[in-house]
Design a protein around this ligand. Sequence first.
Ligand code: ADP
Ligand code: ZN
Length: 710
Amino acid sequence: MLEKAQQILKEVFGYDAFRGMQKAIIEQVAGGGDALVLMPTGGGKSLCFQVPALLREGLAVVVSPLIALMDDQVATLEELGVSAVALNSMLSAEEQRDIAFRVRRGEVKMLYLAPERLVQPRMLDFLQQLDIALFAIDEAHCVSQWGHDFRPEYLQLGQLAELFPKVPRVALTATADRRTREEIVQRLHLEQAERFLSSFDRPNIFYRIVPKEQPRKQLLAFLAARRGDAGIVYCMSRKKVDELAAFLSEQGFPALPYHAGLPNDLRAYHQKRFLNEEGLIMVATIAFGMGIDKPNVRFVAHLDLPKSLEAYYQETGRAGRDGLPADAWMAYGLQDVIFLKQMLNNSEGDERHKRIEQHKLDAMLALCEETRCRRQTLLAYFDEEMPQPCGHCDNCVDPVKTWDATEPARQALSAIHRSGQRFGVGHLVDILLGRENDRMRELGHQHLSVFGIGKQRTEAEWRSLFRQLVARGLADVDLEGYGGLRLSEHCRPLLRGETTLELRQDISSKATNTKVSSSPASQLVRNDEREQWEALRALRRKLAEEHSVPPYVIFPDATLLEMLRSQPHSLSDMAAVSGVGSRKLERYGEAFLAVLKGGAAQVEKPVVDLRHELVSLARAGMTPEQIASQLSCTERNVYSLLAEALTRQELTLEQALDIPEDLMGQIQDVFLDGEGELPAVSTVAAQFAGRVPEGVLFCVRAALESEFEL
Ligand code: ADP
Ligand code: ZN
């Protein structure tokens, strides 16, 4: 059986070897046994049920919580020549009947379903008449009531054990903790399942956390080394997301905003663009994430601190699913700590809940101030021991110097104490540095004994020290007031001289700008390879558009990279490239060979998204088509930016679009016909197909929506 599995791996998927526990899992499931699979994102969970599905007779049923995830997997399988379908509520009754018909005739190998569909009595009856190869329950943590992705429908999946006693079931998740694991076993009746627990390390992610000084500048330096890469930038607030996306666009980095305050359609549109286009930066709140399966997200940057290590791990984990080098970068400062502590304090909930949240935040802060290997600390939090430092994080690469901060820490605490425990860091630093400004004189603080005792250190050093005092709980933030600092219980021993204090010596980003921004991921493709790389990507993009799938479904980046490096000369060379199965070889082999020979090397210009100019050009009366050519970007891009501008009411519809008045009237009527809610673009698109580009509909809808909200 394993031999057959190996053969399928090569022929269908184009891969040479199984990874990690894949082989053992496949053996268990293909042999008819149940399995519980815990594997990090990007670990290769899909193959764990797809290969057994191909090894066994009958229909494989896959339960997945999100339509987007299902569609992605189905498209990927279809490209590989495996017959797969997703049954979802978007299909018409006729389409559904057709699928049922094909399933009954044995023409479908893999059926993807949402849990609520699967457990409908009619569906269960239908499946019981068929030969079922296996059940795969993806994102199995959704069954856990403790988790944030709880889906009540998952609870009903337990009945599969009784209804299909002979069919193997495999539950998969990337959520690590023990409680969730036990809950999955119990609720899905997987007591007999063999458990496969992988390490949760993401070895291809490089972790870096820098002190926040001038966050935008720091971010730009980080991005400069990653031009053309897709990534996510997380911010805390909607306002900050909007502003930062606009700022990055002005700076020539194509960026889109994403947060819960944007109209649903526009949000979906941005997500779709992020998946389908290359090199876009999504600036987002944490509303962006669930179901983001894009494998070639090259970086995740945090401009604000996540609330917990769980959140940090999950958010950074969206980078590098394809296994290629990726970056997790974060800028963090005292303001983040103050803000989160205040938020926590003002949140609803009982004391116990707040205490738990406080502990989680403390663990996050400890990672930020960690002087040893970040990865060791992160994994230790998830109960995983890593014997050696990883060698692949900032602290491993540029060892952190620590210094004896006992005396200055006492001075700082004393400044807090003597000034009455209500001032913020700015004023405290002024006291220590002896700055005799108006405010100082007003308060009479120039007479304090601590005034000017810290002149031998710089302002940046003092700020770093205060930040670390708060992060370590030696000073507290005044949560009712304006974020002034107070002494905490824990600082007594230090003040009494019973303990000493070692702190991190921050490296200023100014001093080490290049170091701060470079990492293995930023050198994925060498400069001399760039042209051919772009040509390969351009071909992939073209094929993806023709097939209406995201580019990575045609070939993942790792496969393109291997083509680039190994320079195959013939179809048989090409077949040896990892990720080129027989079906794709047949379909695409020649075209990619031609690009490698320098044939069809047409390099498209990178899309530069220039929001500012766009608005002025539109106001000046240019049509979307003219704007696209003026800014050398696609029309699709222009429409999406116009829709944003309309949402922000920077343009009128007349300025933005160039369509006849009566047609405009018709479009508006269709949107306004419904009761209450505006219909989604997808529901009205068919009526205008061929008459106006879809982008026009997004614009009209955005304009109507923002008008109504007034
Ligand atoms: P997960 O669902 O665990 O996040 P995926 O199943 O999407 O991970 O796999 C992540 C990536 O790794 C995909 O691009 C997949 O094709 C690739 N992959 C999985 N198994 C192998 C393997 N044995 N050899 C090479 N690539 C693999
Ligand atoms: Zn390390």
